[in-house]
Design a protein around this ligand. Structure first.
Ligand SMILES: Cc1ncc(COP(=O)(O)O)c(C=O)c1O
Length: 428
């Protein structure tokens, strides 16, 4: 029976029982974590061979004879570009292979645009910001670390609602057409963090074609999960750079990815894809900043995977470990919460998260109840700019890291907390 349809006495009874069950778990003094989207230790163990892929002096040379132990090649070794270009869907001339973090590249690109401009003659964003507040579009719910970057650089962030096709493009097109102080948009176009949705072809085309008042508007296309499929029916994403080329807008597209959740978050490689003009511009600035990235690590990745197919094959091993974890959480929600009609959540075909929408005004309370019973969740509100979810409804569930038994327990406590918060909201 749906909770909203219960008589007052039924609701009180349901609340009492649920609370008792919750208190029993609370008394166990558990310490469980469903907060950050980290790979589990088992996943990290999958790439043990990477550690010894370069093991002697003679292994340290790239195909063109470059000694990867030495300085040089600011944009990455050729064979690394070759195996990672298909991941972003770009050519080898449209990619840079860099250090271990794509987030660092995103931050760094914004910093460069603040100080030096976007490279097309437009004034640096930092100079423009003296006369007017610059703005940034943030599809919500989204990735907290994206929002922290644009908050740090002083952008006013505008929430853009999303549905199963991606962000609301009517709203985005109108805003960017009218306001030249809007300089960019965050996008996680495939298996988005946290919703798990993939942008529809129409959404991608509209991003590629839309008219922008600012000639230095940039789309930060963070394709962090583009090869992170969970099953045999993966989503498909249209190639934004190709679509933008057709419309003559290729310079607005900046693409990012990494092997953080393919090999090691602490020691992978990150990639940046863009038009040849953008690559040349960023490379010219980076040449001053660095004499080169960790090429030995790039070489390790190339020797370990050999080809892009080698990477996609490897991802199936991740899926085999992750999929049961997603299932454990989803099964609990389907069994315990679905019949009550008090929430909705996503069932993604890939990525790292389940996005859970509780009844309005319940997310903070759910996180608090979970915390008191020893289950740490990403803080309520974190999926919105400034940590402010206007509905206090969205919670990001990250099922990949805990061992499955712990996850089942955490999901149980989460479900109990959702029920308790809903009962309280309904007046129990
Ligand atoms: C959408 C998204 N982008 C980027 C990152 C971090 O990427 P990296 O480790 O390459 O900095 C994450 C990590 O959770 C993410 O979810």
């Amino acid at each position: 029976m749906e909770l909203a349809e219960m008589k007052k006495s039924e609701l009180e009874q349901f609340y009492k029982q649920t609370k008792e069950e919750y208190e029993n778990y609370k008394a166990k003094g558990l310490s469980l974590n469903m907060a950050r989207g980290k790979p589990s230790a088992e996943q990290l163990d999958l790439t043990e061979g990477l550690l010894s892929a370069v093991k002697s002096n003679k292994d340290c040379y790239a195909e063109d004879g470059t000694d990867c132990r030495n300085y040089g090649i600011v944009d990455g070794i050729a064979e690394a570009k070759k195996i990672f270009a298909p991941m972003l869907g770009v050519s080898e001339k449209e990619i840079m292979v860099l250090g271990n973090s794509s987030l660092t590249i995103m931050y760094d690109n914004i910093a460069k645009f603040m100080v030096f401009g976007t490279g097309n003659g437009a004034e640096p964003w930092g100079i423009q910001a003296r006369d007017k507040k610059l703005k940034w579009l943030c599809p919500v719910p989204g990735y907290d670390r994206h929002f922290l970057i644009t908050e740090k650089f002083g952008f006013e962030m505008i929430n853009i609602p999303t549905d199963e096709n991606g962000p609301n493009m009517d709203m985005i097109e109108k805003l960017v057409a009218e306001d030249d102080s809007i300089k960019g948009v965050w996008c996680v176009p495939m298996y988005a963090n946290p919703t798990g949705i993939t942008f529809s072809d129409e959404v991608v085309r509209r991003f590629a074609q839309m008219k922008t008042a600012a000639n230095d508007f940039r789309i930060f296309w963070d394709n962090a999960y583009c090869i992170h499929h969970l099953n045999d029916t993966p989503d498909k994403l249209l190639n934004l750079l190709e679509e933008a080329k057709k419309a003559g807008n290729e310079d607005r597209v900046l693409m990012y990815g990494s092997t953080s959740k393919v090999t090691y978050p602490g020691a992978g490689v990150a990639v940046f894809g863009a038009s040849e003009a953008n690559i040349a511009y960023i490379r010219s600035l980076m040449t001053v900043q660095s004499i080169g990235p960790d090429k030995l690590n790039q070489l390790r990745h190339v020797k370990f995977f050999k080809t892009f197919d080698g990477i996609t094959e490897h991802m199936k091993k991740h899926a085999a470990l992750i999929e049961p974890r997603f299932k454990a959480v989803l099964d609990e929600l389907d069994r315990e919460i679905a019949p009550l009609g008090i929430a909705k959540w996503t069932k993604p075909n890939g990525g790292y998260f389940i996005s859970f929408d509780a009844m309005k005004g319940c997310a903070k309370r759910i996180c608090q109840l979970c915390k008191e019973a020893g289950v740490i969740l990403t803080g309520a509100g974190a999926t919105f700019p400034y940590g402010n979810d206007p509905d206090d409804s969205n919670i990001r569930i990250a099922p990949t890291y805990p061992p499955i038994e712990e996850l089942e327990l955490a999901a149980r406590i989460f479900a109990l907390s959702v029920k308790i918060a809903a009962c309280e909201k309904l007046g129990a």
